[in-house]
Structures are given as C-alpha cells and as structure tokens.
Design a protein around this ligand. Sequence first.
Ligand SMILES: NC(=O)c1ccc[n+]([C@@H]2O[C@H](COP(=O)([O-])OP(=O)(O)OC[C@H]3O[C@@H](n4cnc5c(N)ncnc54)[C@H](OP(=O)(O)O)[C@@H]3O)[C@@H](O)[C@H]2O)c1
Length: 299
Amino acid sequence: MAPPSVLIIGGSGAVGRPLVQEFVNNKEKFGRIGVLSDARKVSKFSELPNQGVEVVVGSFLEAASYKGFDTVICVCGNATMKLQPGMIDAAIAGGVRHFYPTEFGSDLSYGTNGKIRYFRDKIITREHLRDRAKEFPGFSYTLVLTGAFTDWTASDFNQIDLKKHTARPYGVPEALVTVTALADVVKYTVQSVLLPLEENQQRRELRLGAETLTWKALMETLEEVQGVKYDTVWLDPRETEAKEEEARVKGDVEAEIMWSGIRLQATGVAHMEGPFDNARFSLKPETVKETFQRLHGKK
Ligand SMILES: NC(=O)c1ccc[n+]([C@@H]2O[C@H](COP(=O)([O-])OP(=O)(O)OC[C@H]3O[C@@H](n4cnc5c(N)ncnc54)[C@H](OP(=O)(O)O)[C@@H]3O)[C@@H](O)[C@H]2O)c1
C-alpha cells in the first residue's frame, strides 16, 4: 500500500507547529506532507518547503485544496472549530478518506462533559463525522483523546505564576486529571496515521494518557521540581460560569469559549478512564515530573 499523504489544517497553531515538525522528523514514512494555508498567511510557513512540507494555498472549504491527500489532520483552535463540518465535506469531495478532527483533549462522553460549552463544536463535528461515515463507507476518522497537555497545566491558563510561585486554579485539589505532554501528543498522532484500522472500521478513538493524578499531586510535583512552596488558593469554578454567561450575553463568543475552557482542568473534566491505547505505540510518554523538569526545572 502507498504511504499515507497527510494534510494539516491549523499548522501554525500551538499544536500545529510541533505536529508539523514531528511529521518532518518522520517524513520518509509518508507520501506527501502538506499544510493548508490561506493565501494571506503563507509567510507563516516560509521555512517548511525546505523541510519537505508542501504549503497548499487555498480555501479550507473547497475540494480542490484537498486533492491528492488521503488523510487530513485538523488542529484548528477555539474560534474555528465550528467550521469543521464544512472542512470535512470539502475534504471528502476532494478525495480524502480519513479525517482527524481537532480533539486532543478530554473524553467528551465522560460524566457531564457533553454539556460543556467548550466541547459544543467538537461534539457537533463528531456527529457530522458519524453521519458522513454512514453515507461514505470508504471514509473513516480518528478521535485522539489525550487529557490535558501537561505543559498547559502549570501555566497562565490555570493562573499559575511560575516566577512568583502563586497558583489560583479554578477547581479543587482532589480533582483528578489525566495528562500527556504536548511533545508526546504529536508523536502519538503521527504514529497513529500509520496504525492500520480494523476491517470496515470507520470510527477510531485513541485514548492516550501518560498519567492520571490529583491536582494536589500535580502541584506538589511542581513544587518538588522547582524546590519552592506555592501560595495556592483554589477558586470556585462557578465564578467562570458567571463570566462565561456574561460573555455569551454580550455576544463575545471567543471569551465565552475561553471562560468555559478555563474550568476544564482542575475540576475533573480532563480525567479519563481506560482502557488506554498507549501500549499500541512505540513510545514511553513523559511523566509529569519529567515534563516539569524539562520545562520548569533548574537548568
Ligand atoms: N488538552 C489540552 O490541554 C489542550 C491544550 C491546548 C489545545 N488543545 C486542543 O488542541 C487543538 C488545537 O488548539 P491550539 O491551541 O493549537 O489552537 P491555536 O493555537 O489557536 O491554533 C489555531 C490554528 O487554526 C488556524 N486557523 C485560524 N483560522 C482558521 C480557519 N478559518 N480555518 C482553519 N484554520 C484556521 C490558525 O491559523 P492562523 O494562526 O493563521 O490564524 C492556527 O494555525 C484544539 O482542539 C484544542 O482544544 C488541547
């Protein structure tokens, strides 16, 4: 069988950049590797052609942009997730046979996660993929579930100041969180493209978690790595609900999604249950301590 040809949407984003780089590191295993770019934004990808990556200039919503690629990986961000049904239809019309929607996070079917605003466009996209797979028997898709990125836990996102050693996360210390380092998320994703599907399989869910621990343990690991004690105050996540609602009423969709996202980590939403698929990959993921040492440890 010919090696897969992969087109990435969102290649300039926080996940997109390291993902493209991981494809470059493994380029001999793939046919074509491309990033899809709006004509006004090609300069963001100027270094890629020298690395063997094609910059495909075109619309995300037109079939012509997808010609010659069999797999699409979408890593678009909060503001553009809702455009994915249109991308999927254009991709199928252009001949794409496998689609990865922008998931890379929590288990959307866990607990009451399905009701969370942040996941709304991801759920609509899942439903769209399910419906298209029924219509097109040769079409399949992969959902990559990784829990929270370890890198994002100890960050501004959770109001953790790594220099002043203060933490104001919205949540509770006992909340469980499943984490995977972004560097491993991209390695798993690239390797997954080469994992064969089962016969007639159209929906594949990959559950990948490096570690599951409480937020208290996570903060203690950060303290151990940095050799300092944090001034930590656990904030009531209901405060973010009020801010999310305020943004919704104002019509500020980005702020609405952001406030919904801020309470995803220290409240148990990013906890995933097994069985996990890690053993299907040739990769030993970083532990939380290893990631914190790499990112925040003494140099
Ligand atoms: N589990 C976690 O802890 C965690 C953490 C972070 C992110 N994530 C997930 O990872 C995924 C990617 O997030 P991210 O943080 O990498 O996003 P991001 O940094 O905001 O990147 C978004 C990308 O989408 C592109 N884009 C903008 N407009 C577009 C359009 N109209 N059509 C297609 N693409 C467009 C952007 O291009 P331009 O730069 O040119 O606008 C950029 O490359 C999301 O699903 C997010 O939920 C998970």
